[in-house]
Design a protein around this ligand. Sequence first.
Ligand SMILES: Cc1cc2nc3c(=O)[nH]c(=O)nc-3n(C[C@H](O)[C@H](O)[C@H](O)COP(=O)(O)OP(=O)(O)OC[C@H]3O[C@@H](n4cnc5c(N)ncnc54)[C@H](O)[C@@H]3O)c2cc1C
Length: 447
Amino acid sequence: MPAFPFSLNDPIQHHGPLPKTSDVVIIGGGVIGVTTALFLAKRKISVTLIEKGRIAAEQSSRNWGWIRKQGRDADELPIVIEACRLWKELAAECGEDIGLNETGVTYLANSDKQMAGFETFMKLASAYDLDTRLLDSGQTASLFKGISRKFAGSMKTPSDLRAEPWLAVPALARLAARLGVTIIENCAARTLDISAGEVSGVWTEAGRIETSTVLVAGGAWSSLFLRKHGVSIPQLAVRATVAATEPLPEIHAGAAGGADVAFRRRQDGGYTLAPASHRLYLGPDAFRHAMKYMPALMAHPFGTRYSPAAPEGYPDSWSTPRNWTADAESPFERMRVLNPAPEQSSLEAISRNFQRLFPQFETVRLKTAWAGMIDAMPDIVPIVDRVEAITGLFVATGMSGHGFGIGPGIGRVVSDLIQGNAPGHDLNRFRLSRFTDGSRIRPGPAI
Ligand SMILES: Cc1cc2nc3c(=O)[nH]c(=O)nc-3n(C[C@H](O)[C@H](O)[C@H](O)COP(=O)(O)OP(=O)(O)OC[C@H]3O[C@@H](n4cnc5c(N)ncnc54)[C@H](O)[C@@H]3O)c2cc1C
């Protein structure tokens, strides 16, 4: 079975060379880095985006492809509403088929208690005039051809979208490049060059680039990179397993979760399947930040399983160096693409559970399977902010398992932050200082 939806051996698309100078340098070629670059380029700002491996080869291609407003944190909701509009505009502008479809997202409820729990989001949905609605048991059954289980009901947002991540983010990167962004793959940022408290450049494995403005959008690596410069963020990463079935007759066109398997119809006629749990590898950061994660663990106690150590070279491995210099190999280029092995027991469980849910499929054959490291924050919402202590340094990370859908919204917001414009949304909940200013940690909806 091939291990990943696209081949990491495909030739590199974005070569550079590294310019001597750039108005803005973006570290990280995931959906956040790519869309921020794109919106800056639309304002004629010179941008260089450096990616240690391949565009979107980490989380931004490995995700389920759900673009949902449903179930969002109240402060993320207006940004993801904007993101849904932007996805449609960018899909048209990039001129490539990224598999964008308005097929809805459904959360299935096993009990009346779970149905009652949906009321919190229903109030928000009504405040924003969303098309979200609650469905009873019979209405829920009618959404899915041949479903074998009876659910108490469901919550559905028909206007939610889906897209194929491994097509979408590389297509947006090509659009950004056409708009003038210099993108360089296989180019790790090693350290920042900081003079008198201000960013003056970035040291990369290909040399130094002069700049006054840097965005760290490094996904699961952001904490390791920032800590080297005295900026501590309580970010951890969990491994999540995903599988893609061979093409199957359509039982539902959109995405659904809440049973013991989450599923989404894919453009190729198969389904992307995933379990409800993920795995945390314990490492120095996990212990350092453990207390900050207590509220989230108490709110969602059964979603996380644990292993005593991450494989070598992972951001929070016991052996990963926490210090390095600009003139020697850094942990970032040592692990070009974080490509965790999928969990075998999860794969067996999800294909079995999907088959039981839709018994008309006599067998559910998996075409491929993979895993990704989801970067998370203790309150399950991101950091989107400037770093007060280092002039010119911005951070957009910790998307906490739902950064694909909101990606273009965050990219637009960050591009305005960088330009000193009003971001158009209240970003207080996403401030960097919330983990150090004595605020209570208030977990958002689960990963
Ligand atoms: C299994 C799974 C399922 C998910 N499902 C969904 C979903 O259905 N919907 C949804 O909205 N979200 C989902 N997510 C979450 C979503 O994929 C992420 O939140 C989002 O992709 C994060 O984007 P990013 O740009 O912040 O990080 P990433 O995509 O991880 O990109 C960061 C990039 O930075 C690069 N980098 C790091 N350090 C350096 C350095 N020093 N120098 C150069 N480059 C560097 C990395 O190589 C990487 O490519 C899922 C995630 C996973 C793993």
